[in-house]
Design a binder for this molecule. Structure first.
Ligand code: CUA
Length: 313
C-alpha cells in the first residue's frame, strides 16, 4: 500500500528522458502481461466450465498443435520481441558518445553521499544540483560498501561498487526537487541514506555552482567569529572541512556551504537551527550507528557554533 502514496516518487511519473524510456518499457511489459493473463484465464475458465462429456473423443492432434503454437511459438516470439526492445533501451541509456557539459562525482559513504564538482572545486553532500534540461554525467564510486543511487523520477538505478567507477547520465526536464534513495542494502542506516536532486534553471545553476565553489564566507558577527574558533579548536575540524578555515577533516561531509542544504544526515531531519543543535550534541540519537560521535559542548560554545554554521550560505 506504500506505493499508493501519491507524494512518493514514482517511476511511473517520469520527469526526464531516461526515466521516460524506462516507463515506456514498464508499460510495454505491463500490457503484454495483461493480455497473456486474460487469454490464459479465459482458456482455463472455458476448460473448467465445459468439462469433458462422457464418451467424448479427444482430438489429440489438434490439441498438440494448440500447445505447440500457444505454449512454445507464441512465448518465444513475445520474449524475443521484449528482449530486442530491452536491448535497444539499455543501449540508449548507456550514452557512450559525447560527454555531458558537467561531470559530477558522487561518492557513497555509510550513510551519506559526497557530491563533488571536480572542474569547479565545489564539494557538497546529499544534494546533487543540476541544470534543468541539460544532461549531467555522474561518476559513481564508494568509499566503503556497495550502495545504489536511485532517483525514480529521473534515471535508472545504478550501483556504487567498491573498486569500480560506474557512470549515469542525469537529466531533468523541468526545474524542481527530485528525491533519491540508496537502493542497495548497506547496513543499519540504509533507509536513512536519502538525497535530493535539485534541478535549477540553467542560469541559477551556474550561480549556485559559483557560490558553492567559493571558500566559506568570513564570519561577520562576534558570535559567528567565536563559533569559527570553536569549530577550529574542537573535534569538528578532525572530521569536517570548511574551505577557507583550518577545518580540513575528510571523514564527514564538507560543511563549507552547510546552511544552504535542505536536510541533515542524508535526509534524516530538516536543516534548521533546532535540528542542527540536536545533531551536533547527539547525532546518535537521531541516526544510530552513524560515524559522528556525540559532541557535548558547553552551551555558549554550541550557540556560537550554531551562529557560525548559519552563516555558511
Ligand atoms: Cu547505501 Cu543502502
Amino acid at each position: 500500500m506504500a506505493a499508493c502514496d501519491s507524494s512518493a516518487p514514482s517511476t511511473l511519473s517520469p520527469a526526464g528522458p531516461a526515466a521516460r524510456q524506462i516507463t515506456g518499457l514498464w508499460w510495454l511489459l505491463f500490457w503484454i502481461s495483461a493480455v497473456v493473463s486474460v487469454v490464459v484465464f479465459v482458456l482455463l475458465g472455458r476448460a473448467v466450465l465445459r468439462g469433458r462429456r462422457a464418451g467424448e473423443r479427444v482430438n489429440t492432434r489438434s490439441g498438440n498443435r494448440f500447445v505447440l503454437i500457444m505454449g512454445v511459438a507464441l512465448p518465444v516470439l513475445v520474449l524475443a520481441g521484449v528482449y530486442v526492445v530491452g536491448l535497444r533501451d539499455m543501449r540508449a541509456l548507456q550514452h557512450d558518445g559525447e560527454p555531458a557539459a558537467y561531470t559530477v562525482e558522487v561518492v557513497g559513504h555509510k550513510w551519506w553521499w559526497e557530491v563533488r564538482y571536480p572542474d569547479d572545486g565545489a564539494v557538497t553532500a546529499n544534494e546533487i544540483h543540476i541544470p534543468a534540461g541539460e544532461p549531467v554525467d555522474l561518476e559513481l564510486t564508494t568509499e566503503d560498501v556497495n550502495h545504489s543511487l536511485w532517483v525514480p523520477e529521473l534515471a535508472p538505478k545504478v550501483d556504487l561498487i567498491a573498486g569500480r567507477t560506474n557512470t549515469l547520465r542525469l537529466e531533468a526536464d523541468e526545474p524542481g526537487e527530485y528525491r533519491g534513495q540508496c537502493a542497495e542494502f548497506c547496513g543499519l542506516q540504509h533507509a536513512n541514506m536519502a538525497f535530493i536532486v535539485v534541478a535549477h534553471p540553467p542560469e541559477e545553476f551556474r550561480s549556485w555552482l559559483a557560490n558553492e565553489s567559493e571558500p566559506a564566507p568570513e564570519p561577520d558577527t562576534q558570535p559567528a567569529a567565536e563559533g569559527l574558533e570553536v569549530l577550529e579548536s574542537s573535534s569538528c575540524a578532525t572530521c569536517h572541512t570548511v574551505r577557507g578555515t583550518e577545518a580540513g577533516g575528510t571523514l564527514g561531509p564538507d560543511l563549507t556551504h552547510l546552511a544552504g542544504r535542505r536536510y541533515l544526515g542524508a535526509g534524516a531531519v530538516p536543516n534548521n537551527p533546532g535540528h542542527l543543535a540536536g545533531w551536533i550534541s547527539d547525532a546518535q540519537s537521531i541516526k544510530p550507528g552513524n560515524e559522528m560521535p556525540p559532541q557535548p559542548l558547553p552551551s555558549e560554545d554550541l550557540q556560537a557554533l550554531l551562529a557560525y554554521l548559519e552563516t555558511l550560505e
